[in-house]
Design a protein around this ligand. Sequence first.
Ligand SMILES: CC(C)(COP(=O)(O)OP(=O)(O)OC[C@H]1O[C@@H](n2cnc3c(N)ncnc32)[C@H](O)[C@@H]1OP(=O)(O)O)[C@@H](O)C(=O)NCCC(=O)NCCS
Length: 158
Amino acid sequence: MNIRMATETDFHPLLQLINTAFDLERFFKNEDRLDVSKLRGYFNKGNFLVLEEEGRLIACVYIERDGDRAYLGLLSVDPSQQRRGLGRRLTAAAEEFAREMGSRFMDLTVVNLRTELLPIYKKLGYRITGTAPFPAQISVTQPCHFICMTKELGHREP
Ligand SMILES: CC(C)(COP(=O)(O)OP(=O)(O)OC[C@H]1O[C@@H](n2cnc3c(N)ncnc32)[C@H](O)[C@@H]1OP(=O)(O)O)[C@@H](O)C(=O)NCCC(=O)NCCS
């Protein structure tokens, strides 16, 4: 199993992987997590790390730097591959990538309706820092908001 930076050839497999992983959010949303233009926006602003097995993308994570902070998003593990430690591995790889780029904190947001995510990210070392509004342009079937979490990345041992 190999973790590497995504390239342009990963664009469509990534779109499919992310939308498949986030399909479970249809209990409060009526649309795919991403379309081509939204994914293009992420490609233009940040980096994706992908994890592949036998030539197939099975997990990914997005990292965007903002000064000494970085943002982790779109953590996606193919539903058939979940609970094998891949999410934990990719999160660690994203943190290492951000640390090497000079970031001191990793931030992320989770939708409050996804109650299973808080304990997962707490296990991975993140703590809650506050809340933020859910983007008004995304149509939802029930009220929701973001819970903001962060983790101090610390220094790498020389
Ligand atoms: C959330 C997600 C990325 C987790 O990936 P994963 O590879 O299944 O997670 P891991 O196997 O690395 O598990 C990490 C830890 O969380 C726990 N965990 C994972 N899924 C869990 C669940 N559904 N409920 C409770 N705990 C869970 C694991 O037990 C593990 O803890 P441990 O190492 O102490 O045993 C994956 O379920 C996913 O892709 N979900 C859909 C997309 C999504 O919601 N992404 C996050 C949006 S913010």
